[in-house]
Design a protein around this ligand. Structure first.
Ligand SMILES: *Cc1c(COP(=O)(O)O)cnc(C)c1O
Length: 395
């Protein structure tokens, strides 16, 4: 039997019965063992379905309790959370923001929505997060400290922030990234969209830098339908986030006084109700995720030219998306075998995905500044995401 067939068989065993008409997705929501129905019904019965209500505050409180953040601000999605976070740390139109090229497109979009410019730096191959050494090298090569900030001497633009991404829920080496940021005096905003339940030591992802963005989109580990949040330990940032996300309205019983150009970014109550229900079972969800990752790890141990990618030991990952790496010497061979696995798995309803196309290869970002990106390029042709819904463990 060829190894490709063995890979498909192993996946089929873990995923259970699937077919093209009844496929298994990468990460599917599951509300069956939650009180979501009851909480949403409360919103409908009381009429509190929109941008204010008890479920929003409760969701924020529970998020704080779980992540140990001082403050959480629930918003409409993860992209919005990231855009708001970047704005709050001072990213302005025309500034550059450093980030890894291997991420979901929203990381770069959030920067672009502010009129700022993504600037790509290479990743490292264990966590797929931004590589602290490449970041330091890049800043050493193009960074110029002036009295009014750090500038890119090649483009003349200010470099305002770094956005590490905790890819697939694996904590990036943000502790080391933070040292580089301190050395160059630039802001650190974490894209923790995939990382609810992931920790670097005692610190929840998103809380190492100034502010972190979470996403509760339908395919994430916890979903509110659509939603996101900022988490931070800074009272100033939290207050401004709350103010700007609620049209910058000054509190008054009847007057409409707004003191800034704000956004309408608050999470609706009905979505927050789903969030509270899911947070109540988060520990069980994470246990099942851990079990599933362990099952994948054991099942792929005997393979020689693919490996199951496990996060490094000193971090704790939520295992949002499990990931297989093709170990062929040549990236094109890896890519060819990956395509074969993709085609055969999809034919039987197992909806695997290759890792995202690299951001600097997308048409709107091809001309953005970037360092050499050999590791990102190499890894991008080797990685395959596996079905990762926690309920696979209960089937
Ligand atoms: C999901 C995701 C986002 C955006 O979140 P949305 O809620 O979909 O807007 C941002 N960054 C990364 C890395 C993500 O995976």
């Amino acid at each position: 039997m060829s190894e490709i067939s063995e890979i498909i068989e192993t996946l089929a065993e873990i995923c259970g019965r699937s077919s093209v008409s009844n496929p298994i997705g990468l990460h599917e929501p599951d509300f069956r063992e939650t009180r979501a129905w009851e909480y949403v019904k409360d919103c409908l019965d009381t009429g509190w379905v929109s941008t204010a209500g008890k479920w929003v505050s409760r969701f924020e409180q529970e998020l704080c309790k779980y992540t140990k953040a001082e403050y959480a601000i629930a918003v409409t999605n993860g992209t919005v959370a990231l855009r708001l976070g970047l704005h709050l740390v001072g990213v302005k139109p025309g500034d550059e923001v450093l980030m890894p090229p291997m991420s979901f497109v929203a990381t770069a979009n959030a920067v672009s929505h502010l009129g700022a410019i993504p600037h790509f730096v290479d990743i490292e191959s264990n966590t797929f997060g931004i590589c602290p050494q490449s970041l330091a090298d890049r800043l050493g090569a193009v960074g110029e400290k002036r009295i009014d900030g750090l500038f890119n001497r090649e483009t003349g633009r200010r470099i305002a922030a770094v956005v590490p991404v905790h890819i697939f829920g694996n904590p990036a080496e943000v502790d080391k990234v933070k040292q580089v940021c301190e050395q160059w005096n630039i802001a650190l905003v974490e894209d923790a969209a995939e990382a609810l339940g992931s920790w670097l030591g005692e610190t929840h992802c998103g809380l190492i830098g100034e502010i972190g963005a979470l996403s509760f989109n339908g395919n994430k580990l916890l979903t509110t339908g659509g939603g996101g949040a900022l988490i931070t330990n800074s009272s100033t940032l939290a207050e401004r986030a709350r103010h700007l996300s609620t049209t910058a309205k000054l509190s008054h019983p009847w007057e409409f006084k707004h003191d800034l150009v704000g956004w309408n970014d608050r999470m609706p109550n009905i979505n927050a109700a789903l969030g509270v229900a899911q947070l109540e079972v988060l520990d069980q969800t994470l246990e099942m995720k851990e079990e599933l990752a362990e099952l994948y790890r054991c099942s792929f141990e005997r393979f020689e030219d693919v490996e199951f990618v496990t996060p490094t030991e000193k971090t704790s990952s939520n295992h949002w998306l499990n990931c297989l790496r093709f170990l062929d010497k040549q990236p094109d061979c890896a890519q060819r075998r990956r395509l074969e696995v993709l085609e055969r798995a999809h034919a039987q309803g197992i909806l695997l995905r290759p890792v995202w196309n690299l951001l600097h290869e997308l048409p709107m970002y091809v001309d953005m500044p970037r360092a050499n990106l050999p590791t990102a390029k190499d890894q991008a042709s080797r990685l395959l995401n596996l079905p990762s819904s926690p309920q696979l463990i209960k089937r």
